[in-house]
Design a protein around this ligand. Structure first.
Ligand code: HXC
Length: 514
């Protein structure tokens, strides 16, 4: 055969595979408002950058008529490409081929691209759209999942791993995304659950739709499994593109530096902060008033909203921000917000991203629910994550820093490199009202005019402790600063810390309060 004939034959074979599960299945996919796996890859990656591997891999299953079934690419597309010029490894499950179900050949294509990503130090993106373990392949399918989970775990903290849920992600399959760093979901398209509605109906006799059980909103707002929520696949891909620009390729690198930009001039701290110190404000406005171009990429925006986490740039460099949100539950720490912050802190630490902590909280949330939900164990995660983090840690105390909340929010005592406080900071064991009621209990009770005495005692406590100067006198904060100087202090601290060295004691690994 001539070269020309060989090439023609190659294109014929290739097109048989690239048309996936055939026109009928593709029409069904599109009727559900979903792109095909190939469309998704093309939409996400830079035009023409995709290089596909293992196109001709075929399954070797024999049972249940599988020996007669051709499954294009075994239901998954794998390869490399770039996003806005950042190289990535990628796989996309193809639901048009046997429901994107995972057999051993399918799994091995995924584990091969995962190994590639780990070896080359590149981010891994997995697009999930699958009915789960391929039932006809039995234990081989389970083995495939196990091999993926193993690699997800081994790659954790070495390369960034991004999971995109664009269809069902059912049964044990959900544990691969759960082991990765960022999970993206899309309204009406993403469905994640361990046991589906049928099982729930059989076992518990309860009827629930797939959407209400594990749809995108559920994962983004209630369970906290998802980090980014989008209305459409296109919006989701834009979110991924943005995220990729903030993070490094791997744990040996720093995120790329961008040209510095000033915050928007209409965002002024003294206009954002309420005159009355008891009034709430949106911490995201403060973040935007401090960062380059007022551009804040929030993570887990819709879950545990009493804490806000995400990426910004300061003078062109990526910074991870953790801030209490006075708008929601006065910004208290609780079970979910501790989990949210701790995980984010660990991502930043693993990937050389400096941490900026903005403090304004009355402490941990009191209540039986929280105690029984394990606020001790979950709350400890944030202490652990901050104490363990060896990246640059800058803390700004804006207003309240009470009790355990003061310690937990990256205080000097947990190894903050720089702690600055605004003149409005109140650093104390608890709020003046609560403190006065406890330590002057008898005086107030025995007074002829208890309300007046209580007021006096609250004032006395406020003057003595509800300010930054006691902490400053003890060296627990480095400087009381004019809020307008905050950005300058942050950028200067980053400039000073380029060669920061902080070695943890030698150990195999710590044992965080998971
Ligand atoms: C083999 C599967 C499959 C699977 C779907 N298909 N899931 N084939 N193994 N797990 C096939 C269907 O037979 C069908 O093939 C095609 O994919 C499309 O599926 P439909 O059911 O027609 O699509 P839809 O109505 O959209 O429903 C999608 C679905 C449903 C909700 C995902 O297919 C479903 O419930 N699948 C099973 C989900 C599940 O229980 N998975 C868990 C497996 S156990 P044809 O040839 O007709 O087009 C598991 C454990 C892993 O995953 C443990 C790891 C630790």
């Amino acid at each position: 055969m001539s070269l020309k004939q060989r090439i023609l034959e190659f294109f014929k074979l290739k097109s048989k595979v690239t048309e996936g599960g055939g026109q009928q299945a593709i029409q069904k996919q599109m009727a559900m408002g979903k792109m095909t796996a190939r469309q998704r890859i093309n939409e996400l990656l830079d035009t023409g950058s995709f290089h596909e591997y293992d196109l001709f891999v075929e399954h070797k299953a024999e049972d249940f008529g599988m020996n007669k079934k051709f499954l294009a690419g075994d239901g998954v597309i794998t390869g490399t490409g770039s996003i806005l010029g950042f190289p990535v490894c990628i796989y996309a499950q193809d639901f048009t081929v046997a429901g994107g179900s995972l057999g051993i050949a399918h799994a091995r294509k995924i584990t091969k691209i995962m190994d590639h990503a780990l070896r080359l130090g590149l981010p891994l993106i997995g697009i999930n759209d699958s009915g789960g373990a391929r039932i006809q392949e039995g234990v081989n399918s389970l083995a495939g999942y196990g091999e993926i989970f193993f690699r997800n775990t081994r790659a954790s903290g070495v390369i960034p791993q991004i999971s995109v849920i664009l269809g069902p992600c059912a049964g044990g399959a959900v544990y691969s995304p759960a082991l990765t760093d960022f999970v993206f979901v899309v309204d009406k398209i993403s469905k994640m659950f361990i046991t589906g509605p049928e099982v729930i109906k059989t076992v518990l006799g309860e009827e629930i739709s797939m959407e209400d059980l594990g749809g995108a909103k559920v994962q983004a707002e209630i369970s906290g499994n998802a980090h980014f929520y989008a209305e459409s696949e296109k919006e989701c891909f834009e979110q991924i593109k943005k995220l990729v620009t903030f993070i490094p390729w791997n744990n040996q690198k720093k995120a790329d530096k961008f040209p510095p930009k000033s915050p928007r001039s209409n965002l002024l701290i003294d206009q954002i902060m309420p005159k009355d110190a008891t009034q709430p404000y949106d911490i995201r406005d403060i973040i935007r008033a401090l960062c380059d171009d007022s551009d804040f990429l929030e993570i887990q925006e819709h879950w545990a909203q009493n804490i806000v986490v995400g990426f910004v740039r300061m003078n062109g460099e990526t910074v991870g921000v953790v801030g209490n949100q006075p708008l929601v539950l006065a910004g208290v720490l609780d079970v979910d917000s501790s989990d949210k912050a701790a995980r984010f802190i660990r991502f930043c630490d693993a990937f050389n991203i400096p941490l900026l902590t903005l403090v304004d909280l009355p402490g941990y949330l009191p209540g039986v629910d929280q105690e029984h939900a394990g606020v001790i164990r979950h709350g400890a995660k944030i202490l652990y994550a901050y104490s363990e983090a060896s990246v640059l840690k800058i803390t700004i105390i804006l207003r309240k820093a009470y009790g355990g909340g003061y310690i937990a929010m990256c205080s000097r005592h947990l190894g903050a490199d720089f702690v600055f406080a605004w003149p409005t900071a109140e650093i104390a064991v608890m709020g003046p009202e609560g403190a006065a009621n406890i330590i002057f209990k008898n005086e107030i009770a025995n007074a002829q005019n208890p309300d007046e005495v209580r007021k006096e005692k609250v004032q006395e406590y406020t003057q003595k402790f509800a300010n930054p100067y006691r902490a400053a006198a003890n060296g627990y904060i480095d400087a009381v600063i004019n809020p307008e100087e905050t950005r300058d202090y942050i950028i200067h601290s980053m400039y000073l810390s380029q060669n920061k060295v902080d070695e943890l004691p030698k150990k195999k690994h710590g044992i965080p309060p998971f």
